[in-house]
Design a protein. Sequence first.
Length: 164
Amino acid sequence: MTIFPAAEQFSTNTGLYPGGLIQGKDGNFYGVCNSDGANEWGTIFQITLSSNGSTATITVIHAFSGNGSDGSGPVGDLTEDPSTGNLYGACSGGGTGGFGCIFRVNYNAVNNSYSVNGNGTIYSFPGGSETSQGGNPAAGLVVVNGTLYGTTFSGGTESLQILT
């Protein structure tokens, strides 16, 4: 077993309260911080190991703003769609309706790298009269045959909605 080397410490710049990590196809590790970062609403970060594996560096690849369609307060861990290499996650707040969103971190197989296009949001929970869609994601997502599933804190008959 290899022990992961000490990375630079998480801070208000990189985000605080990090979740779990997932290793991307590029060999780097990715995760989310629930708060802080440049806009104070959380971040998506990358951890890169040095060539000899003795040090690690944290790089913010997106700082959530909670404005417009951008999310705020990411929840759970990132998950990978094995068919595309894209990473997905959920935010409990923000999005165009203010009831959270689903975001994507795109994998580019040609460059073997990850990036966030725009703010990364691919779906915003509408809230309001559209409660059948749920709102305020409560945890991370899973991918089954290219379809995303997860749970929300509000909306739906029992206020616990499955999303697809």
